[in-house]
Design a protein around this ligand. Structure first.
Ligand code: ADP
Length: 297
């Protein structure tokens, strides 16, 4: 089974002609509320592909929390690990201007209250998880506890988003570390130079057993210390409409296929197809494909 440990947010979206300045009020379009957050997105993406998936997350005792639980259940995710209370559900306040640019304020809310203790109390979920997927929209100490809670033989898949400095202990547990170009550069300490191959080499030197770098329309680069090889995995060509959630769909698909026992390169070859399918539709969770839609690509 796949266990996703991570965030659940309500995305509150309003279209505006222009953003308000300090002290100013502008009128926007009708509010649209979407379930989001990287953890919730990954769990839905995996379940829609057919993966047996559980989500370990924290939401508030409020309408947004109930929306998130319902959207997980609709997708077939086991929500026994969705904890309630401590703070309001996390929200992303999003304004979209006519050129399509987003401005986003995130209130982490209950996501910031998912504690190492919550991880330790979730023993049964970890016991049945062959792969555990985690991101950085929850406290870093909770991510570190997640790395310690893996069952023998289970793999940790980490997407360090939003990027933050990672303890050696967490880096060493990653198999793989999944980054886009921006996250790769951040973890390597900035700098514009290098190629995906050189980033993969430098990231591997930080301790993970394997590294996957997603490269948008170019697909992904997979690097595994077991084989000592770095392999490019091209993405199918599609008409990209909205790339929101593509990385979450990719990572969820990768984690699921690794749990089925596939090699990293094989799993990545499936995941790029899932990522590509996700960019052909608007939105995040609503854009995630079923297994049939991936085959049809
Ligand atoms: P993120 O969304 O985290 O920035 P990427 O942009 O690298 O990550 O996208 C993740 C994956 O989604 C890619 O590896 C690829 O499979 C797919 N993808 C993203 N953009 C495109 C695109 N324009 N065409 C085809 N596939 C895409």
């Amino acid at each position: 089974d796949l266990l996703v440990v991570g965030s659940a947010n309500a995305d509150l979206v309003v279209g505006v002609d222009r953003r308000p300045g300090p002290g100013e009020t502008v009128l926007g379009t009708d509010l649209v509320v979407h379930p989001g957050g990287k953890g919730a997105n990954q769990a839905v993406a995996a379940a829609r592909l057919g993966a047996r998936t559980a989500l370990l997350a924290r939401v508030g005792d409020d309408a947004h929390g109930r929306l998130l639980r319902a959207s997980q259940q609709d997708a077939g995710v086991d929500t026994a690990g969705v904890l309630v209370g401590g703070a309001p559900t996390g929200v992303a306040l999003i304004t979209v201007d006519p050129s399509g640019d987003n401005s986003i304020v995130v209130s982490p809310g209950a996501n910031a209250r998912l504690t190492p203790k919550d991880i330790r109390a979730a023993g049964p979920l970890f016991a049945s998880a062959r792969v555990v997927s985690v991101q950085l929209e929850i406290p870093l100490e909770t991510v570190a506890e997640t790395a310690r809670a893996l069952s023998p033989g289970a793999r940790l898949v980490l997407n360090p988003s939003p990027p933050a400095p990672l303890p050696d202990e967490v880096l060493a547990a990653c198999d793989p570390l999944v980054v886009n170009e921006h996250e790769a550069r951040f973890i390597l300490g900035g700098g514009a130079g290098g190629t995906p191959e050189s980033w993969a080499r430098d990231l591997t030197a930080l301790g993970p057993r394997s590294v996957v770098i997603t490269l948008g329309a170019e697909g992904a680069l997979v690097s595994d210390t077991r084989t000592g090889e770095a392999v490019r995995v091209p993405s199918p060509e599609v008409r990209a409409v909205d790339t929101t959630g593509a990385g979450d769909a990719f990572t969820a698909a990768l984690a699921w296929r690794l749990g089925l026992g596939e090699e990293l390169t094989e799993a990545a070859a499936f995941a790029v197809r899932v990522g590509a399918a996700a960019v052909t539709k608007e939105g995040a969770q609503v854009s995630f494909p079923t297994a049939e839609e991936v085959s049809a690509l």
